[in-house]
Write a protein that binds this ligand. Sequence first.
Ligand code: MN3
Length: 238
Amino acid sequence: MKSINRLLSFGYQLAPRYLLISFFALAIVACGRTAPQTSIAKERLPYPKNALEPFITAKTMGLHYGKHYAGYIAATNRLLAEHRGNAQTLPEIIRTTAGNETSRSLFNNAAQAWNHAFFWKSMKPNGGGKPSGPLADAINASFGGFKQFKRAFMDAARNHFGSGWAWLVADGGTLKIVTTNNADTPLTDGLTPVWVVDIWEHAYYIDYQNRREAYVQTVLKELANWEFAAQQLAGASR
Ligand code: MN3
């Protein structure tokens, strides 16, 4: 009996310490898990502003990266500061605010921030040419050939009404071409973005005026970064 009492009193002495330790451990885990993202960082342009000349001028890139993209980042951070949410990353912010009327402004700016960072990487100086390896195989299997893919991509970009984006996406094992309106992004449709062209007028108006088709054709022919697209496809099938 005595030994049981001794054991019990030993247990009571230890209990508060264990409770305190567990409380702090839980608090640390909870904070790590639910602390809201309070800011997103501007991604570096992967090449100098004038590196895509003469196809996209330094003037266009200066405005597009330095004003439009910077504006989306600044607005996202301003809105995030007053947003109540648990999203940790930019794609999570986009997915958790999509279709929610009260966070429409945050969605628009966050999605534009993500879409533009993806677009900068979809181009490179001395790009274009033809994809190779698994990306070329997937394009052949899904569209019947690279020529057919380009034709379908041009049609989609040309026929898209108003501001938006023309995408090559992976849907399971298949590649598809989709266009999205305004800030909308395939990220919220369960699709994996593989490559994109910004078809908002601000992307081409200084260099091509109303000739969107000439602009998209030039991006395909001279600037497309197919290595980046191939990496996105490889990531999608992992
Ligand atoms: Mn843009």
